[in-house]
Ligand binder design. Structure first.
Ligand SMILES: C[S@@+](CC[C@H](N)C(=O)[O-])C[C@H]1O[C@@H](n2cnc3c(N)ncnc32)[C@H](O)[C@@H]1O
Length: 318
C-alpha cells in the first residue's frame, strides 16, 4: 500500500499518461521499451513519467540485464481502483491495452528466427554448446534407473539438437523430443539416426500448444518433463512452466535447467528474452504450476552463464 499523503496521490493520479502506465503495468509486467512502443513515447519519457509512481510504490521496477521491467502494485483502495479503471478506459480508447498480448508474444520473435535461421540448417555449426558425452559411461546409466519412480515416458521440451536424448533414451521406455523449430528438429533427427536411439520420437510443437497436452494426456502423461535452456526464450516463463506441468502424469517430475541471473546482453542475439532467473522467482512459478516438493539449486557444470536446476512433482490424486 502506498504511504503517500492523499493530496499527493490525487495530484499524481490526475495525469492521463500515468493512469495509462498504471493500467498497462497492472495488465502485465512490461519493459520500458515495450511501454514506449505501446504508448508511442520515447523510453526516456516513459522512465521520467513512471518515476513518481515508483517513488510512491504504485509501480515496482525489476532489472533484467540493461532492461527495466515495470509492474503495478495496487492494493485495494477506492482512489487507486478508480484510477486503474480510468487508466483502462484510456488504454482501451487508444488501443494500447488490446496490444499488450501481441507485444508480449513478440518477445519470442527473435528466438524463433534464431533457431530457424540460416545457421540452424548448417550441420557444421554446433548451436547448443552440447556437453560432450562419454559413450561408455552413458551405457551405465540404467544403473540408476531403478531409483526413478516411473520410467514409461520422458518428454524433452525444446530438445534443440537433442543434446539430452542420449541421457534419457537408455532409461525411459519412450522419449518424445519436442521443439517448435523445424530446422532444429531436422538436426535432431540426424543426430538420433547417427546415435541410433530407437525409442525417441520427434514432435514439432510449442510447449504451450493445447494439442500437445491432449496428445500426452491420452498416453496418461509423462513421468518426466525436462526443459533445459528453454525457459529464457519464453515470453511469459510462468505460462511455459504451467504448460510443461500439464504434460505430467500425477506424481511425474518437471525438471528445468536454466540460467541464474547474468548480465551477458550478447545472449539476446541468440533470442534470449531473459538474462536468467532469480531462484525465488523460479520456485514461485513451479509452485503455482502447481507442483509440490519444489527444489531449486545451483547446477555445477562448466556451462556459462551459470545454470540452476529447478524440480517439482505433480501432486498425486487422492
Ligand atoms: C538453447 S536450445 C536448448 C536445447 C537443449 N534443450 C539443450 O539444452 O541443449 C533451445 C531450444 O528450445 C526451443 N524452444 C524454445 N521455446 C520453445 C517452446 N516454447 N516450445 C518448444 N520449443 C521451444 C528452441 O527452438 C530451441 O531449439
Amino acid at each position: 500500500m502506498t504511504s503517500a499523503p492523499r493530496a499527493d496521490l490525487f495530484r499524481l493520479l490526475g495525469d492521463e499518461d500515468r493512469l495509462r502506465l498504471l493500467a498497462l503495468c497492472a495488465e502485465e509486467e512490461l519493459t520500458v521499451g515495450e511501454l514506449a512502443s505501446l504508448l508511442g513515447e520515447s523510453q526516456p519519457q516513459i522512465t521520467k513519467k513512471s518515476q513518481p509512481l515508483r517513488e510512491v510504490g504504485l509501480l515496482s521496477a525489476r532489472r533484467d540485464g540493461t532492461r527495466t521491467l515495470l509492474r503495478s502494485h495496487l492494493d485495494a483502495d477506492v482512489v487507486i481502483d478508480a484510477a486503474l479503471a480510468e487508466g483502462r478506459v484510456l488504454c482501451s480508447k487508444d488501443g494500447s491495452l488490446a496490444k499488450v498480448a501481441a507485444i508480449v508474444a513478440a518477445r519470442e520473435e527473435l528466438s524463433r528466427r534464431f533457431f530457424d535461421g540460416l545457421g540452424a540448417t548448417d550441420p557444421a555449426i554446433e548451436l547448443d554448446a552440447a556437453p560432450r558425452a562419454d559413450a561408455e559411461l552413458l551405457g551405465w546409466l540404467p544403473l540408476l534407473a531403478p531409483l526413478l519412480p516411473g520410467r514409461t515416458l520422458a518428454i524433452d521440451v525444446g530438445t534443440g539438437e537433442g543434446t539430452l536424448l542420449p541421457l534419457l533414451s537408455p532409461i525411459y521406455e519412450r522419449v518424445i523430443a519436442v521443439d517448435r523449430s523445424p530446422a532444429r528438429l531436422a538436426r535432431c533427427a540426424a543426430r538420433i539416426a547417427s546415435l541410433g536411439l530407437p525409442n525417441v520420437r520427434l514432435r514439432e510443437g510449442d510447449v504451450e500448444d493445447s494439442g500437445l497436452a491432449e496428445e500426452i494426456g491420452q498416453r496418461g502423461g509423462a513421468d518426466l518433463v525436462v526443459m533445459a535452456r528453454v525457459l529464457h526464450h519464453a515470453a511469459r516463463p510462468q505460462d511455459a512452466i504451467a504448460a510443461a506441468a500439464r504434460l505430467l502424469r500425477p506424481g511425474g517430475y518437471l525438471v528445468i535447467a536454466d540460467y541464474l541471473p547474468h548480465d551477458d546482453e550478447s545472449m539476446r542475439e541468440q533470442g534470449d528474452v531473459w538474462l536468467g532467473f532469480e531462484p525465488a522467482k523460479l520456485r514461485s512459478w513451479l509452485e503455482s504450476a502447481p507442483l509440490t516438493n519444489v527444489t531449486v539449486s545451483p547446477f555445477s557444470s562448466p556451462q556459462r552463464p551459470l545454470l540452476q536446476l529447478a524440480a517439482g512433482h505433480k501432486p498425486t490424486r487422492n
